[in-house]
Design a binder for this molecule. Structure first.
Ligand SMILES: [Zn+2]
Length: 56
């Protein structure tokens, strides 16, 4: 799956907390989830997966 088309978020990617499914968009996932306070729970996901969780 090529991901070179969408450059609007240049360098930024989506992250999902594996514990509470909180979505974060940025250069790196939060060290500690602001929602469930789990450490290092974020995994990189693609935009279509993020859309599923955010309902966009
Ligand atoms: Zn969380």
């Amino acid at each position: 799956m090529p991901r070179t088309e969408n450059t609007k978020g240049k360098g930024k990617i989506f992250w999902r907390c594996t514990v509470c499914n909180d979505i974060h968009f940025g250069m790196a996932g939060p060290e500690i989830c602001p929602t469930c306070l789990e450490k290092n729970a974020y995994v990189e996901i693609d935009e279509s997966e993020a859309a599923k969780f955010t309902g966009l």
